[in-house]
Design a protein. Structure first.
Length: 357
């Protein structure tokens, strides 16, 4: 049932993208340019941003089969979900175009189909480049295989908008096989559909290949620090390993019941020259649902909470480093921060020792 909920969320999100985005195109044609090309571009960018905020935590808000495939190539998405995601995305797009045709009922309307105005070969290569840029942004701001969070919505939605703004007149700036398939099938404009069913997949996969090279992903080991709320100890451990072992490790942290960042911990880290105030607490389920596996899973709960400390069911090596829970400390802020600094230093020292092993 949980998997079905994810597929349904992906269907709805893709439906909304096509319904609003291509609806804006149809509205612009109907109103003789009142919406404008800039307005259409903004609608596409805004609906992507809105869907990321709406269903990003549930389905990852891919909205795009090319993105789904790219996350799989990146090792962040379980292959068993690829086909159901494709079905949800393509069916959501077709349903949106059918509904637009019924509601608007404009004779001869292309329903926002992506139709190249430049030579087909040029359009093919341009769509590869556009999707490459989009996926390159997505892979850097996503959590696992999920597009979620404040920065993800702004970055990805903004990328869709600016690419549509400058490339829309040439190819329609699809970057998305589902976005092109729906309007093409319903309107009957399928002559150049092959461009949009192939180029985005190529561009998205190329982005992952370059991302892996730039980030040296193959040479790095992946590490997940886990605790109850992902609000203190695991955040500190993630920050210190990123600082000391960035060349060797790709580092994440998560919790069983994500809470709010501990303000005393934020201040203690700030005093050590590390700003974690903009970090987001994450659930282990975000990684479990995406099928992400880690080389090392390190729990950092205190010994008294060991039974509550979540166990990440992966194939990687599991270790336990016990530290006192900063959220359990009592006293004034000044009294707490003295003890938190001691815990902070213990975590930093433990990571330094581990790196030497």
């Amino acid at each position: 049932m949980e998997a079905f909920r994810k597929y349904l969320a992906e269907f709805i999100a893709t439906f909304m993208l096509i319904f609003a985005g291509t609806g804006a195109v149809a509205a612009n044609n109907f109103s003789q340019g009142a919406v404008s090309h800039a307005g259409i571009s903004l609608v596409f960018g805004l609906v992507v941003m809105s869907m990321i905020y709406s269903v990003g935590e549930k389905s990852g808000a891919h909205l795009n089969p090319a993105v789904t495939l790219a996350f799989f190539v990146a090792g962040r998405f379980d292959k068993k979900h690829i086909l159901p995601y494709f079905v949800a995305q393509f069916s959501g797009a077709v349903f949106a175009s059918l509904l637009l045709k019924i509601l608007i009922n404009l004779p001869g309307s292309d329903l926002g189909a992506t139709l190249p105005s430049i030579p087909l070969a040029n359009a093919f290569y341009l769509e590869i480049i556009l999707t490459f840029v989009l996926m390159f942004v997505i892979i850097h701001v996503a959590t696992g295989s999920k597009e979620q969070g404040l920065m993800a919505g702004i970055a990805i939605g903004g990328t869709v908008a600016f690419e549509a703004m400058f490339a829309g007149p040439f190819t329609g700036a699809s970057m998305n096989p589902a976005r092109s398939l729906g309007p093409a099938l319903v309107s009957g404009n399928t002559q150049t559909l092959w461009i949009y069913l192939t180029a985005p997949f190529i561009g998205a996969v190329l982005a992952i290949i370059l991302w892996k090279f730039i980030m040296d992903i193959k040479m790095k080991k992946s590490v997940l620090f886990v605790c109850i709320h992902n609000s203190a100890r695991s955040q500190m451990a993630e920050a210190y390993l990123k600082k000391a072992g960035a060349k060797k490790f790709e580092v994440f942290s998560a919790g069983l019941e994500p809470g709010n960042l501990n303000s005393v911990v934020v201040e203690a880290m700030k005093q050590d020259g590390i700003d974690i105030s903009g970090n987001r607490t994450k659930s282990v389920n975000e990684f479990l649902d995406a099928g992400v596996e880690f080389d090392y899973v390190i729990t950092v709960c205190d010994e008294s909470s060991a039974e509550q400390c979540p166990v990440f069911l992966g194939k990687g090596e599991r270790m336990h480093w016990g530290f006192e829970d900063p959220s359990a400390l009592e006293g004034t802020f000044d009294e707490k921060i003295i003890r938190v600094k001691q815990i902070r230093d213990q975590i930093r020292s433990r990571i330094d020792d581990w790196l030497k092993e």
